[in-house]
Each structure stands twice: as C-alpha cells, then as structure tokens.
Design a protein around this ligand. Structure first.
Ligand code: ATP
Ligand code: FE2
Length: 326
C-alpha cells in the first residue's frame, strides 16, 4: 500500500509518499522563511496554495509513480493554524474525490511520534516533542498518548524564533541561535522556569530582551540553549523515572539542534536506556509522517467520509484514540 500525505499545519507545506513497509519514496516540502520578522498565517496559507501543485508533481516524479498508484490520501486534520490546515484539507479532499482514493485525516502531533518510533526502531518511548508551536512530553498509557508535561505558554521553537526576532536573525531563529551558541562560552544566569513536569518560556524571553544591550549575542544564545534544554531534559527524565521507561525519543523541529540531542543522549546513557533522535528530514514538519500515520490508521480499520474531514485547529494529542497496533 502506498500513501500520499499532506502536511499544512503552519509555515511548511509537505508532500510525502511512503509505503506500508515504512520506505520513504518522496519527501518534498516548501517552508516560508523571512530575512527579518515573523510569519503571518495568511501568507503561509497563500504559499501553500502556490506550491502544492509543483510539490505533488515532483513527489510523484521522484517516486516514479502516478496518482493511479496512490492507495490512500492522508492530511493533517489538526492541530494548527486554521487558514493553513484548511488549504491542506481542501487539497486532500480534491485528490480523494478526483481519483477515488480513500482519505484519512490524522493528528499532526501523534504523527510526529509515530514516524520517530518507526525510523528509530523504538516500541514505547517517552517522547520529547519539541517544535515551534508545541512542546510536550508524551507517553502511551491506556490507549492514548498522555501528556506528562508541557509548556504552559509558547512552544520552545517559537520561543527561540522570538529571541531570534529580537536579534534580527529572521525566521526561523532556532538554527541561527544554534550557530551563535557554538561561539558563546559565558553562562548568563536566566530564570529556570520548571514546576513539576510543566515549564514556561515567556519569563526567560523577557529577561533575554533586557540582557541584549549589555551582552554578546553568542553568550546569550549559549545561555538560552543551556538553560532551556536543561529544563526540557529534566522534565523528560522525570517522566522516564516515573514510568520506568526504557526508551526516549526526541522529535519535532527543534530535535535538529545538536546540543539538545547531546543532552538527551547523555541523560539516556547515564540511565542505561535506549534513545532515538528522529532524523532531521522527518523531525520537522513533513508530509512523510502524515502519510505514515495514514497507513497505520487505515490498516487498523479507520475509514472517513469527506464530511468527517473537517479540520480541528486545537485537536489535542491526548484526545486521539490509539487504534493501531504498537
Ligand atoms: P508544530 O506544528 O509541530 O508545532 P512547527 O510548525 O513549528 O511544528 P517544525 O518544523 O516542527 O514546525 O519546527 C519548527 C521549529 O523548529 C522552528 O521554531 C525552528 O526555529 C526550530 N528549529 C529548527 N531547527 C532548529 C535548530 N537547529 N535548533 C533549534 N531550533 C530549531
Ligand atoms: Fe510539527
């Protein structure tokens, strides 16, 4: 079985094609970026409209397939920005109706976890899912992915992007902060904002704004990474200890950060447990994870009528029933 997945929750439009063995046949994406300033949802949605045709064509070309070879269409049904989600849903419904292919809407966050499990060969990990809009510590329990800890305000990626904006680094700021941090060495004290399993970033963000005048960008970026990633890894370790877990998965766009990956690695090595860092090509938003999620849900018996494919911008990870075999 071959599935074409459409990702459009935010600034990335992704078209992925995968088969039921988990072999990635194509992974095409277009991400809206800026030199300075942030991203407006309407601009992102407009970009999706402009790029879907060429992305689908090039994904089919790369995988040497035509639409006739596609057995399933899947798309991100939520959570995400309404304007962006709606574009992806319309494309998915159109393809489904035009080519008479079954359609499945999937939860974006759950898809991040499942593709990571598949490619890192993990069975039941505690997942640190760190992206732009979301930052959650997720583990399976009683048929659902439960949130054991999460950000109380913004996602860690958006936090890094905001700091990048203060420094005029453009969007996305995360990768640029990583580069600057490599050249920093002086740790500047920042608020360590974790309570139990939950954490927040806006206090640190305000503090960084104040520090910008008197400190180098490099030292600030270094300190931000050390501080914030320690918070995330501490909460993850607590979940691991509580659940007696033997595996950890790091995924989401921020998983591309080598310093964060190293901290997860160190924690897991100290505990003598297995860990997986989701490969970069599928850790940020992408169509492949949506396609894979479509396949596992379809193979577990899920079917959807067009009328059931309305988007849900605030669909929570722990609202999804895990019907597939794990
Ligand atoms: P979601 O919808 O799941 O919240 P998203 O739309 O924000 O995801 P992702 O591609 O998962 O998209 O993540 C993008 C985020 O990852 C951005 O905030 C970006 O700054 C951050 N990021 C990407 N690479 C790095 C890096 N090397 N270091 C730190 N942050 C990074
Ligand atoms: Fe995402």
């Amino acid at each position: 079985m071959i599935c074409l997945g459409i990702e459009s929750t935010a600034h990335t439009l992704g078209i992925g094609i995968i088969n039921d063995k988990g072999e990635i046949l194509s992974n095409k994406k277009h991400t809206l970026e800026t030199e300075t300033g942030g991203i407006h949802p309407i601009k992102a949605a407009q970009a999706h409209e402009l790029f879907y045709d060429s992305l689908i064509r090039s994904a089919l070309k790369e995988s040497k397939l035509t639409m006739k070879d596609i057995d399933l269409i899947s798309f991100s049904q939520g959570p995400g920005l309404g304007q962006c989600l709606r574009r992806g849903a319309v494309i998915a419904r159109s393809l489904s109706l035009l080519y008479d292919i079954p359609i499945i809407g999937v939860n974006h966050c759950v898809a991040h976890v499942e593709i990571g499990k598949k490619l890192c060969n993990l069975k039941n990990p505690v997942t640190l899912y760190t992206s732009g809009a979301n930052t959650q510590i997720i583990a399976q329990s009683n048929g659902k992915y439960r949130i054991f800890g999460e950000t109380m305000d913004i996602g860690v990626g958006n936090f890094l992007d905001n700091i990048g904006r203060y420094m005029n680094l453009g969007f996305p700021g995360g990768p640029k902060i990583e580069k600057l941090a490599e050249k920093g060495s002086k740790y500047i004290e920042l608020p360590y904002t974790i309570k139990g399993m939950d954490f927040n970033f806006s206090g640190i963000q305000n503090k960084v704004r104040q520090l910008l005048e008197k400190n180098s960008k490099e030292d600030i970026c270094y300190s931000v990474q050390e501080n914030v990633f320690a918070i995330l890894v501490e909460a993850t370790e607590r979940a691991v200890a509580h659940l007696n877990s033997e595996e950890v998965l790091l995924t989401g766009g921020v998983a591309a950060n080598k310093r964060l990956a190293k901290m997860i690695e160190d924690m897991c090595k100290q505990r003598g447990i297995k860990y997986g860092i989701c490969p970069r090509s599928v850790s940020g938003d992408n169509g492949v994870m949506i396609a894979w999620q479509g396949i596992i849900e379809y193979n577990s018996g899920k079917r959807q009528k067009i009328i059931e494919t309305e988007i849900d911008g605030s669909w929570r990870t722990d609202d999804v029933n895990i019907i597939w075999n794990n």
